[in-house]
Write a protein that binds this ligand. Structure first.
Ligand code: HEM
Length: 289
């Protein structure tokens, strides 16, 4: 995106040929994060399939700020109406493997990387405004319930529903998944959401709770189960190809980004706890002695 050399996080990097050492002959320093990052990247150049979001499709784009947000945040990309920030977006399926059909009922990833003047800013969202679990400790168990049974190697609805029914906090997102929005007709016709609550801070130090909503300008469009089944036979990569073909044809999709903003104190005093979703009635807090 920029022609100057940067680290993965977008920090300018002056010297790509010399590690930092303690003096001329001294040892290489562990503080040299650019060296560590370069080696870490090299060691992982053969990338195994991702455990989630293995299959996806992305495109480059640009974010144009229409409303100055400096009253709420000092973040460069949200300051100065008219500012343009390059970005990359990757849409993905969640549960299936890399060869999995695009038209299976599944949540879709909606990951946006903004290449800002202050470094890269990632919003790793989904096409749902809420999430299945509140506590990351449950995430591997949740995902395992969506994957293949280790004994049969089959995907097993019983496992999925066991998890969901025993995790009542998942009910809101399960409703999204099993409802009309569970099979988007196109990546271009779905909304994206940061899902998490983020915090913005302005130059006076005032804090705000923020949720990101990317609303599709193409309008929301989904598939019926029947159409999705037909597409499965016709084109396993339906969503990827739809995105590629639209862009090739000059039909560039767009989204309008909205920020839902709540002053910090107001958020804490709200009548409901805005961070605690419904906790499993089976969950017990285990005291640590
Ligand atoms: C709760 C704990 C969570 C864990 C442990 C987790 C774990 C992961 C892992 C391991 C990956 C694959 C990374 C890679 O191999 O490059 C991933 C990707 C992803 N996750 Fe999560 N995740 C969690 C929650 C979430 C939530 C709440 C969202 C949405 C708001 C989300 C959205 C995504 C997306 C969109 C990707 C794909 C990013 C891309 O396209 O490059 N995840 N996650």
């Amino acid at each position: 995106m920029q022609d100057k050399l940067t680290t993965n996080a977008g920090q300018p990097w002056a010297d790509n040929e010399h590690s930092q050492t303690a003096g001329k002959r001294g040892p290489v320093l562990i503080q040299d994060y650019a060296l560590l990052e370069k080696l870490a990247h090299f060691n992982r150049e053969r990338i195994p399939e991702r455990i989630v979001h293995a299959k996806g499709a992305g495109a480059k784009g640009v974010f144009e700020l229409t409303h100055d947000m400096s009253a709420y945040t000092t973040a460069d990309l949200f300051n100065g109406a008219g500012k343009k920030t390059p970005l990359m977006v990757r849409f993905s399926q969640v549960a299936g493997e890399a060869g999995y059909p695009d038209t299976y009922r599944d949540v879709r990833g909606f990951a946006v990387k903004f290449y800002t003047q202050e470094g890269n800013y990632d919003i790793v969202g989904n096409n749902t405004p809420v999430f299945f679990v509140n506590d990351p400790l449950k995430f591997p168990d949740f995902i395992h319930s969506q994957k293949r049974d280790p004994r049969t190697h089959k995907r097993t609805p019983d496992m999925q529903w066991d998890f969901w029914s025993l995790s009542p906090e998942s009910v809101h997102q399960v409703t999204y998944l099993m409802g009309d929005r569970g099979i988007p007709a196109s990546y271009r016709t779905m909304h994206g959401y940061g899902s998490h609550t983020f915090k913005w801070v302005n130059k006076e130090g005032e804090q705000f709770w923020v949720k990101y909503h990317f609303r599709t300008d193409q309008g929301v469009k989904n598939m019926s189960n029947e159409l999705a089944d037909q597409m499965l036979i016709k084109d396993l990569d339906f969503l990827q190809n739809d995105l590629f073909n639209a862009i090739e044809d000059g039909e560039y999709p767009s989204w309008t980004l909205y920020a839902q903003i709540l002053p910090y104190e107001e958020g804490l005093k709200y009548e409901h706890d805005i961070f605690e979703c419904y906790k499993s009635s089976f969950a017990k807090k285990i005291p640590i002695n």
